[in-house]
Design a protein around this ligand. Structure first.
Ligand code: UD1
Length: 417
């Protein structure tokens, strides 16, 4: 499928069930390399990114079976030590196998993530963590190689300069099988970090403080496979909540942990959208014309960068001026030029860190291209609101993160093909 064609203008209504969290599943699949027996993972979305990390594990020697939404992962007795470029190029999160491989085999070679050098899309915090656990780090042939010292990995106190989600996860996985105690300071507090910690703990790891800024891991000598259900995807939930709001619809979003979407609930409330807990889900009733708000993306529990493009689509059709400031990523306004092609009035200011959105405008259908996953989601939302027909190209970006998106939107009454 190459394009999505949306005929907008219809308020969405009905019930939609959110899938398992992509960003929780990826590290959990990587962590399935750690135990010495199989894991059964429950509610695993069938997404391109999940297939990519599974391919990495298969390359390393794991056997993986899918049955419905469950994955059974048989870890290899002796994993191969190298994750190849082909997969790491496709998905940066493949780098998450570094921690588990290093812990299991004493060394790990992982290709440097595609199209970038260390410094521009850095992995420095992941490597700082591995180095502080006692690994030597070598670069060569487009790869980074980490090698544990003769005594294996040793627990240490590690301060992260920024609360990186991936670095916190990678260090937590490596430290689970290290000797002694590791303390991660200024750790990421995201729900996906907590879910990984819960999975590791279920396998026998000793972890305290996940979900706070200080995580303490006491290393153990082995982990055992378990059956584990992943948390629902808070970004998918948030995207459907904004879809209800932008179309002036009435949607019950099921399988969502309310706490995980609190920052969005707060912003939607300020904008005049009605959001209520109902039947274990969240019911969102859009308004005829929302009020603009300002917002700043921050690490959890701040407003998630992964919902910034979607709420910008909503701000474009809301009354007043809204300022969105992106503090997590350097270059995350690629959707702006595409939204402008649909009629949005947006100006990027402040050396590319803020966008000023002037509304309301009447969006009109256009041919637009998804530049990345969440930018693509924003264009779909704009297309659902716009008059006429919107064609969204580069759909593969969107399908990396939204399971059965077309079917779910159609189930809510959207005209989308
Ligand atoms: C994860 C999510 C992604 C989300 C992001 C922030 C997954 C698979 N992806 O990505 O959807 O947008 O968290 O919530 O879970 N950084 C460094 N050095 C490092 C690592 C990161 O400087 O070694 C910087 C990054 O360039 C970025 C910031 O830290 O500016 C946040 O990155 P990080 O939290 O690591 O995001 P990911 O784990 O890659």
């Amino acid at each position: 499928m190459e394009h999505l064609v949306i005929r907008g203008g219809k308020p969405l209504s009905g019930t939609v069930r959110v899938s398992g969290s992509k960003n929780a599943v990826l590290p959990i699949i990587a962590a399935s390399l750690l135990p010495n027996s199989p894991c059964t993972l429950v509610d695993i979305p069938d997404l391109a990114d999940v297939q990519t990390i599974c391919q990495v594990l298969i390359h390393l020697g794991a056997e993986i079976e899918r049955s419905g939404s469950n994955l059974v992962i048989h870890p290899p007795e002796k994993p191969a030590a190298e994750a190849p470029y082909d997969f790491v190029r496709q998905m940066r999160a493949s780098f998450l196998v570094m921690g588990p491989l290093l812990a299991r085999t004493g060394q790990a070679t992982v290709s440097l993530p595609g199209g970038c050098a260390i410094g521009t899309r850095p992995i420095d915090l992941h490597l700082k963590g591995m180095h502080m656990l006692g690994a030597d780090i070598e670069y060569g042939y487009g790869c980074v190689r980490t090698i544990a010292g003769p005594k294996g990995l040793q627990g240490e106190r590690i301060y992260l300069d920024f609360p990186s989600v991936g670095a916190t996860e990678n260090i937590m996985m490596a430290a689970s099988l290290a000797s002694g105690v590791t303390v991660i300071e200024n750790a990421a507090e995201e729900p996906e970090v907590v879910d990984l910690a819960n999975f590791l703990s279920a396998m026998g790891a000793k972890i305290k403080g996940a979900g706070t800024k200080v995580i303490k891991i006491t290393g153990v000598t082995k982990l055992k496979g378990v059956k584990y259900s992943v948390i629902p995807d808070r970004i998918e939930a948030g995207t459907f909540m904004v879809a209800a709001a932008i179309t002036g619809g009435d949607v019950l979003v099921e399988n969502v942990i309310i706490d995980h979407v609190k920052p969005l609930i707060a912003k939607l409330g300020e904008m005049g959208v009605i959001v209520n807990e109902e039947n274990g889900g969240i019911r969102v009733v859009g308004c005829t014309e929302c009020r603009s708000v300002d917002l700043k993306t921050m690490p959890y529990p701040g407003f998630p960068t992964d919902l910034q493009p979607q709420i910008m689509a909503l701000l474009a059709v809301s009354r007043g001026t809204g300022i969105v400031t992106e503090t997590v990523f350097e270059n995350r306004f690629m959707h702006v030029s595409e939204l402008k092609r649909m009629g949005a009035r947006i100006k990027v200011v402040g050396a590319g860190r803020s966008a000023v959105i002037q509304g309301p405008v009447n969006l009109s259908g256009a041919y637009v291209k998804a530049t990345d996953l969440r930018a693509g989601a924003a264009l779909v939302l704009a297309g659902l609101k716009a008059s006429g027909e919107t064609t969204v190209g580069n759909v593969h970006h969107i399908l990396r993160g939204y399971e059965h998106l077309v079917e779910k939107l159609r189930g809510l009454g959207a005209d989308i093909n």
